[in-house]
Design a protein around this ligand. Structure first.
Ligand code: C2E
Ligand code: MG
Ligand code: MG
Ligand code: MG
Length: 277
């Protein structure tokens, strides 16, 4: 907006921009206190085997219930956490809480499924990410194979050598790697052979138009074929209808996730759907 008003006005903020800046500052200040005050929570969304339709995994999604601001969606507060340098704390909390919950479920006789946590680009670049994962697994006595890390294409783009090293070390712990929102980033096929990925997640934007949209169908088929040729499992996210689920299962998609099978819910609510050891 400032640009459109010409050079003389280039330094002026619009009312909306001022409001946005103020919102971010308020949000950031509250977010700093959110972890010590116990305002963060993980919700879990089921991931099902496409053929057997049983739960094989959960995706952990962070929730912030702020007494002052209400429920703030992760899409809003995570970018701010990154900008303010608060992401290491938030990210560490997420990994540790997921491991704590896995332990609690295992103690309750619930086993045989994985929990996936989302890790941001900055988190992945930091040297302490490997130690964080290792420590959380050890602290709660959780085997690495129960945990999965979801990364995005953009996290693989910067500081490639460093990130590759961290991912190799994380994989050595038995932890699985999943490439999230596949197809929406700067998809480089080189990543698929460079990083030993266990799973590709077809982005929701390609699932939405299924089964009717021929382009989406072609994209889904192509991702599945490519994944399988490379021995990488393929999951679909954002599955909202039975038609989408059946179509994806029919073209060989391995796993399904979306509102059709369940929305993200607190641990206590998701528990009834988990397999027994
Ligand atoms: P994501 O990792 O791709 O997660 C999937 C998002 O799609 C979630 O939104 C989920 O609630 C939503 N979703 C799942 N199934 C459906 C469906 O059938 N239809 C529709 N319309 N939506 C569906 P959520 O929880 O708001 O999270 C948004 C994004 O925030 C996540 O996208 C992820 O990138 C990020 N995020 C969430 N938790 C964390 C976290 O702990 N750490 C980091 N770094 N990022 C996180
Ligand atoms: Mg994800
Ligand atoms: Mg996703
Ligand atoms: Mg997504």
């Amino acid at each position: 907006r400032a640009k459109r008003q010409g050079r003389d006005a280039a330094c002026m903020f619009s009312v909306e921009q001022m409001q946005e800046l103020e919102d971010r500052l308020v949000l950031g200040a509250r977010l700093r206190e959110a972890i010590p005050r116990g305002e963060l929570e993980l919700h879990y969304q089921p991931i099902l085997d496409a053929g057997r339709r049983v739960v094989t995994g959960l995706e952990a999604l962070v929730r912030w219930n702020s007494p002052e601001l209400g429920r703030v969606p992760p899409g809003r507060f995570i970018p701010i956490a990154e900008a303010l340098g608060l992401m290491p704390e938030v990210g560490l909390w997420v990994i540790d809480e997921a491991c704590r919950q896995l332990r609690a479920w295992e103690d309750a006789g619930l086993d045989g499924f994985t929990v996936a946590v989302n890790v941001s680009a900055l988190q992945l670049q930091r040297p302490d990410i490997v130690r964080q994962v290792r420590d959380s697994l050890a602290r709660h006595g959780v085997p690495g194979r129960r945990l999965e890390i979801e990364l995005t294409e953009s996290s693989l783009m910067e500081h490639v050598d460093r990130v590759q090293g961290h991912l190799a070390d994380i994989k050595a712990l038995g932890v699985r790697l999943s490439l999230d929102d596949f197809g929406t980033g700067y998809s480089s096929l080189a990543y698929l052979k460079q990083f030993s990925l266990d799973r590709l997640k077809i982005d929701r934007s390609f699932v939405m138009g299924l089964p009717g949209n021929a382009d989406d169908a072609a994209i889904a088929r192509t991702i599945i074929a490519m994944g399988h040729q490379l021995r990488i499992a393929v999951a679909a996210e954002g599955v909202e209808t039975a038609e989408q689920a059946d179509f994806l299962a029919g073209i060989g998609c391995d796993e399904l996730q979306g509102y059709h099978f369940g929305r993200p819910a607190p641990a206590a609510e998701i528990q009834a759907r988990l397999p027994r050891a």
